[in-house]
Write a protein that binds this ligand. Structure first.
Ligand code: ZN
Length: 326
């Protein structure tokens, strides 16, 4: 204790399209407390960064600390980021282009700030805090509103030439599939993300198929959440079960393609959809991956679900802050 002038705490921030999560971690990387704000991206980057700063300050205050005890802040942001220049280059779901996140936050907080892509941050968090055996090659796939990924290759987070490696969500799985937000057709994300599940369920119900979800939430399925999907399956909803099984099948195909390319020891699945539907999806994902992989190459690859859930992002961002100031 007492190193770095008593600044023993780090903050991990997960900046998403709908919410901002800030967590305070102690010297042993235990999460002391976290604060959540809505993002309100329609108000523009300046206002969102102000909210990020307030979310961080609230989290610090809730833990009875002051900014003077904070060593660094790590932040995971969606889209293409440039960690070296501390900039979000392009983030469609925030509506951002060339936003100097690090400079703006350091001005407001007077603490060093480090930026990373959100899924790479999640991968880092899972690797450092969850995979104690320290495998050399790991693939992470995070399924939430969208789908992103991260890779640990030779024990290091892999970034690629322009820091955009790991965009597994836009791997094309069905060239004749539905249109993706990126403009292509049949991307993994448009087949297996939370939005894909919701869309498939809503379309089927509009076409007259029956689901207990309409009893639970009304005909327009307002406020549908991943947890409702789990409840519907547990109540014997065949329609929802079939749609989730299809998404799991597609996820297995994505895993098989990536296992063929990377030959990892472990594949970790995380994100809100996997957290809510672990038991419903994991067996099918594993079975589908094994049946689509190049025969003889599956070896002992383990396919596991992350237990960090929604905290993977803040954990990874905090790990980043810790590593950069070690
Ligand atoms: Zn796409």
């Amino acid at each position: 204790m007492g190193d770095n002038n008593g600044r023993n705490f780090v903050i991990g921030v997960d900046l998403g399209g709908t919410k901002i999560l800030a967590g305070v971690f102690d010297a042993k990387m235990q999460l002391l407390g976290a604060t959540k704000f809505s993002t309100k991206s329609q108000r523009g980057p300046e206002a969102v960064l102000e909210r990020v700063a307030r979310c961080i300050q609230d989290a610090i205050d809730e833990c009875d600390l002051t900014t003077k005890q904070v060593r660094a802040v790590g932040i995971g942001a969606p889209g293409a980021v440039d960690p070296e220049h501390g900039e979000v280059v392009f983030a469609p779901n925030l509506g951002w282009k060339g936003v100097p996140v690090v400079k703006e936050l350091e001005k407001r907080l007077d603490v060093p700030v480090f930026l990373e892509n959100d899924c790479k941050a999640c991968m880092l968090g899972v690797y450092e805090q969850e995979l104690k055996s320290k495998p050399k090659h790991v693939l992470g796939i995070f399924i939430g509103t969208g789908i992103g990924g991260g890779m640990i290759l030779n024990g290091q987070l892999y970034a690629g030439a322009n820091h955009t490696a790991g965009e597994v969500g836009h791997m094309v799985i069905d060239v004749n599939g539905p249109k993706c937000s990126c403009g292509n057709k049949g991307c993994f994300e448009v087949l297996a993300s939370r939005l894909a599940l919701f869309r498939a369920i809503q379309t089927a119900i509009k076409n007259g198929e029956k689901s207990v979800l309409t009893e639970m939430l009304g005909d327009d399925l307002k406020d549908l959440r991943s947890g409702d999907i789990r409840k519907a399956i547990r109540r014997g909803d065949k329609l929802v079960e079939k749609i989730v099984a299809e998404a799991a099948e597609y996820t297995g195909i994505a895993v098989a393609n990536l296992v063929n390319i990377l030959n990892p020891e472990i594949v970790v699945l995380g994100g809100g959809v996997i957290e809510a539907l672990t038991d419903e999806m994991m067996p099918t994902i594993t079975k589908s991956a094994k049946s689509h992989v190049l025969p003889g190459t599956f070896g002992n690859v383990q396919i596991i679900a992350s237990k960090l859930g929604d905290n993977a992002g803040i954990t990874g961002a905090a790990v980043l802050a810790r590593e950069k100031t070690r």
